[in-house]
Design a protein around this ligand. Structure first.
Ligand SMILES: [Zn+2]
Ligand SMILES: [Zn+2]
Length: 163
């Protein structure tokens, strides 16, 4: 929380070159199935939350932007490629998965359903296993060291021993 009790959210890309800070109330959270969002995220759909009514600061680095249409720009980290923004004339939205605590930002609507991939609705019914369920076939997982930025702001990044 900030001094005047406005909520504060932080996040950034996986490599840590770009970090953001949002102060104020988040707007609508959604997922977009449209083909443009699939391509921009390299994914089945793109989860976004509007920050139209909040104050957004880029606290480390700046996203690079690709103009994906005459109406919108897509921001991403130029170093690691993490998708970060959708920027249209009526405001900006941030990728929910890029927040340090995405669990608190639940989507309330789906957009672009005309392009929804045919298997997306079946995913919750697929068998599920946690990451270490099959450690014998992927023994490197037992000694995995993440090089991603942690889910909180840092004074210096990358850490000195790795830079
Ligand atoms: Zn990055
Ligand atoms: Zn879309």
């Amino acid at each position: 929380m900030s001094l005047d009790n406005r909520p504060v959210y932080t996040g950034g890309c996986q490599c840590g070159a770009v970090r953001f800070r949002v102060e104020g109330t988040l707007g609508d959270a959604s997922i977009c199935h449209c083909r443009m969002c699939q391509k921009a995220s390299g994914n089945f759909y793109l989860p976004l939350v509007s920050v139209r009514g909040a104050k957004v600061d880029w606290t480390r680095g700046d996203p690079k932007r690709f103009r994906s249409s005459n109406a919108a720009w897509r921001g991403f980290c130029a170093d690691c490629g993490t998708p970060l923004t959708f920027e249209a004339p009526d405001g900006m939205a941030l990728a929910i998965g890029a927040f340090d605590d995405p669990a608190g930002i639940a989507p309330t609507i789906q957009w672009g359903t005309e392009a929804k991939l045919p298997y997306v609705d079946a995913i919750p019914r697929l068998p599920g296993e946690d990451t270490s369920a099959d450690i014998s076939s992927a023994p490197y997982l037992a000694e995995l060291v993440s090089y991603q930025h942690p889910d909180h702001d840092t004074e210096q990044w990358p850490p000195e021993e790795r830079s």
